[in-house]
Write a protein that binds this ligand. Structure first.
Ligand code: NAD
Ligand code: UFG
Length: 336
């Protein structure tokens, strides 16, 4: 059987995508060095689906380990999630981010080329739009970056565009995610950040469970309806389903294609807090603090292109996102 290689498959979005791949009947091989995840997530994937994956605990920086996988497994396509993703950390240790994300991707691409596997789905991010001139954001908006993490995404996108230009036998889907949240509805897998979360939803969730005192709302003087930042939150299972659609698309030889994966609706920080209160049945204390450097007012997608060309759209609403995140948090307060 042909297998899909999933890099970073033990992580948050990766594990949810592996569930959807297995449910859709694909064979799955995962490579992950577990730097930001645990093998337990793949055990839970087995619990959910009744199916297992072939797992390689290895680093993308290890070329030999990578080649060994292509040698051993019959890989037809790659979904590439593996990377470091903390914006703040990337400003402190940019070189580690460049090495891990860019060199890791170059190694992967070299192995793919060597074994003639030229079908790739890449995890890009809405961060490549920088500070957009308007919303909603379409795929043809100008690209820019404001931090080293974002730079790794843009550089990798640029590399992939160059590679495709030079060799049009590649099929590549660049998926620009907006803000993935939520968890599998079983409550068995979800986001499992190390230490104090940087992102809003996991922070709110930890306040709800009593691990953190209050949410710091980073500024209420933005140019938005209630003054707090507006984002396009998308359920991680909708996002995972988008990957299956992208993979299917690649079989029709589309060349290099780029899609926003978002809902098209923006919610403010305060709206998120209030929705989460509804989901968990508790009051969530918060305080307004300084703006976080680098944050923008509003960011939400125009998701029409993915709808038209992939037949994909997000189906799960904000209530469902908060309910599923809370189920995971309350079932496993300490994570994996
Ligand atoms: P995650 O940290 O949960 O998953 C990434 C996985 O990659 C982890 O399991 C980690 O152990 C692994 N990994 C990292 N470097 C590796 C290496 N060198 N070799 C092998 N494995 C390695 O993050 P996630 O939220 O699931 O994100 C997945 C991808 O989506 C990332 O590329 C991220 O940049 C991108 N993305 C995430 C978001 C978000 O908000 N979560 C938004 C846009 C894009
Ligand atoms: N926020 C708070 N308090 C917090 C955390 C966040 O008020 O404790 C606010 C932010 O100011 C922002 C919103 O909540 O207005 C969302 O912030 P997140 O950190 O959750 O998400 P970002 O939109 O800043 O960034 C995320 C990912 C990036 C990715 C980007 C676009 O972290 O990697 O979405 O996809 F690039």
């Amino acid at each position: 059987m042909d297998n899909i290689l999933v890099t970073g498959g033990a992580g948050f979005i990766g594990s949810h995508t592996v569930v959807e791949l297995l449910n859709a009947g694909y064979g799955v091989v995962v490579i992950d060095n577990l730097v930001n995840s645990s093998m337990e997530s793949l055990e839970r994937v087995k619990k959910i689906t009744g199916k297992s994956v072939k797992f390689y605990q290895a680093d993308l920086l290890n070329m030999e380990a990578l080649q060994n996988i292509f040698e051993e497994e019959n890989i037809s396509s790659v979904i590439h999630f593996a990377g470091l993703k903390a914006v703040g950390e990337s400003c402190k240790i940019p070189l580690a981010y460049f090495n891990n994300n860019i060199t890791g991707t170059i190694n992967l691409l070299m192995a793919m080329e060597k074994y003639n596997v030229k079908s790739l789905v890449f995890s890009s991010s809405a961060t490549v739009y920088g500070k957009p001139e308007s919303v909603p954001i379409s795929e043809d908006f100008p690209l820019s970056v404001s931090n080293p993490y974002g730079r790794t995404k843009l550089i990798i996108e640029d590399m992939l565009r160059d590679i495709y230009k030079a060799d049009t036998s590649w099929n590549i889907a660049l998926l620009r995610y907006f803000n993935p949240i939520g968890a599998h509805e079983s409550g068995e897998i979800g986001e499992n950040p190390n230490g104090i979360p940087n992102n809003l939803l996991p922070y709110v969730s930890k306040v709800a469970i009593g691990e953190l005192e209050a949410v710091n709302v980073f500024g209420n003087d933005y140019d938005t309806p209630d003054g707090t930042g507006v984002r396009d939150y998308i359920h991680v299972v909708d996002l995972a389903e988008g990957h299956i659609k992208a993979l299917e698309k690649l079989t029709s030889n589309p060349g290099l294609v780029t899609y926003n994966l978002g809902t098209g609706t923006g919610y403010s920080v305060l709206e998120i807090i209030h929705n989460f209160e509804k989901a968990c049945g508790k009051k969530i204390p918060y305080k307004i603090t300084e703006r976080r450097p680098g944050d923008i007012d509003m960011c939400y997608a125009n998701p029409e292109k993915a709808k038209k060309e992939l037949g994909w759209e997000a189906k799960r609403d904000i209530d469902k996102m908060c309910e599923d995140a809370w189920r995971w948090q309350s079932k496993y307060p300490k994570g994996f």
